[in-house]
Design a protein around this ligand. Structure first.
Ligand code: FSA
Length: 436
């Protein structure tokens, strides 16, 4: 066995959320920076990572076994770790609904938080009346919130996502981590030792061979296009658009909590330039194609992401324009006629049970997967890499290893969402230039 100082590691997709966190924790655990190689199609923070974004939600969500531990670890680091602290905007997160089922599900969520039995009721507060909601969100009118009930997460708010990954990148560079980008960062295939079963590195598109003791595949929505994951991950796109506020408008929305309504979508306070990101909520869009990832014996149907960074003129479906406008009308009716811009797609990858997929490949020794974000993993940027390092060192705690194991079967197209993803090919209005 190698020591931490001498072990060589290559991280594929190291410019995104899970990969950059892994590189950070390797260094914090005493690995030698020049033995760590970060590969990505784009320089860190990778333009095609889902984490390359103005903002992402921070809140305590309990869907799966590991969620409580992961959320609490992340919260502590966003609040206290000097590297991450500047990027946490602890303005609160208001989960609300006006539909019967929506309210019932929020009540269950609240109860689950109480049942965790660690005092979460102190920061997660049920908002029963209009007055309760207006006290937390004075930018709403009483008229607008008729019939709403809500759950306020005082530990929540938003994370300046791309900036946080960039801060990790700056740290990695300052310590002497090695990088490969463009064709020198684009995964082609794993390399194997003469036994044919022990991974010994990675070859990239330009033909470079990076030899390593361990390879970590943290390529997010691209993971299932690079190696055969046996249909465990289905990659899906979510959409968003920006609106521009005037300085006066912007001032009225400064420090407002993130507002989320599962029937509509969510929005964040404006950034320093008065830009608000608005998202709708829906089960995602797939993009199935015949494709042969490494390890598959023949082409198979895989949902293949289309990088918005590489194809900036791609549009999104007409229905997305409608639902984003609907979310604006719901949350900020006064802005309903504002021009939308930066319409974009953000690719995540769902597993059937919405748990991560963090495990060694069952047939390729030393080839480690760190993927399966299921749309809820940006907030674990500070801490997820710690667990990838535990896995690399063979000491990932049993409960996490169990939840994150290699586990074919189940329905990742639906995952735990309200419906299976619809395919982009069936969505009118989605235009992309085939030549690009
Ligand atoms: O509370 C959260 O962690 C919100 S995740 C944000 C989101 O856009 C989802 O709303 C969407 O359904 C998908 O999972 C991608 O992430």
């Amino acid at each position: 066995a190698h020591s931490r100082e001498s072990t060589k590691i290559v991280i594929v997709g190291g410019g995104g959320t899970m990969g950059s966190s892994t590189a950070l924790h390797l260094i914090r655990s005493g690995y030698t920076p020049s033995n760590i190689t970060v590969l990505d199609v784009y320089p860190i923070p990778s333009l095609q990572s889902a984490g390359y974004d103005l903002n992402k939600i921070m809140s305590i969500r309990l869907r799966n076994g590991p969620d409580l531990q992961l959320s609490l670890e992340a919260l502590d680091m966003w609040k206290n770790d000097p590297l991450f602290k500047p990027f946490f905007h602890n303005v609160g997160m208001l989960d609300c609904s006006s539909s019967q089922e929506g309210i019932a599900s929020l009540r269950r969520k609240h109860q689950d938080l109480i049942d965790a039995n660690i005092g979460l009721e102190k920061t997660n507060i049920w908002l029963e009346s209009e007055d309760d909601i207006l006290a937390k969100a004075p930018h709403f009118t009483r008229e607008q919130i008729k019939g709403w009930k809500g759950l306020f997460c005082g530990d929540g708010g938003w994370l300046a996502a791309a900036k946080a990954i960039n801060a990790i990148g700056t740290f990695l560079k300052s310590r002497g981590v090695k990088f490969g980008f463009g064709s020198a960062g684009t995964f082609k295939r794993p390399l194997f030792a003469p036994d044919g079963a022990t991974c010994s590195g990675v070859e990239t598109l330009d033909g470079t061979k990076y030899f390593a003791d361990k390879v970590v595949l943290a390529a997010g929505a691209w993971s299932s296009t690079l190696v055969d994951l046996d249909d465990q991950c289905v990659s899906k796109a979510w959409v968003f658009a920006h609106i521009q506020l005037t300085p006066q408008e912007s001032a009225q929305y400064k420090d407002v909590p993130v507002v989320y309504d599962g029937d509509y979508g969510f929005f964040f306070e404006p950034n320093e330039h008065g830009v608000i990101k608005v998202c709708d909520e829906f089960p995602g869009f797939s993009r199935f194609k015949l494709h042969q990832p490494y390890g598959a014996t023949s082409p198979k149907l895989i949902s293949v992401p289309r990088s918005h960074a590489k194809h900036p003129t791609d549009t999104y479906p007409d229905s997305s324009e409608e639902t984003i406008r609907k979310a604006i009308a719901r949350f900020m009716p006064r802005f309903k006629d504002k021009e939308l811009f930066n319409r974009s797609m953000c690719w995540c990858t769902d597993t059937a049970d919405a748990n991560l997929l963090i495990c060694e490949h069952p047939k390729w020794k030393n080839f480690i997967l760190a993927t399966g974000d299921s749309g809820h993993s940006f907030k674990v940027l500070p801490n997820i890499g710690k667990h990838v390092v535990e896995l690399i060192e063979g000491r990932l705690p049993q409960d996490l290893a169990g939840a994150w194991r290699w586990r074919p079967g189940g329905d990742a197209l639906k995952s735990k969402r309200s419906a299976p993803a619809k395919d982009l090919a069936d969505m009118p209005g989605w235009k992309h230039d085939a030549k690009l």
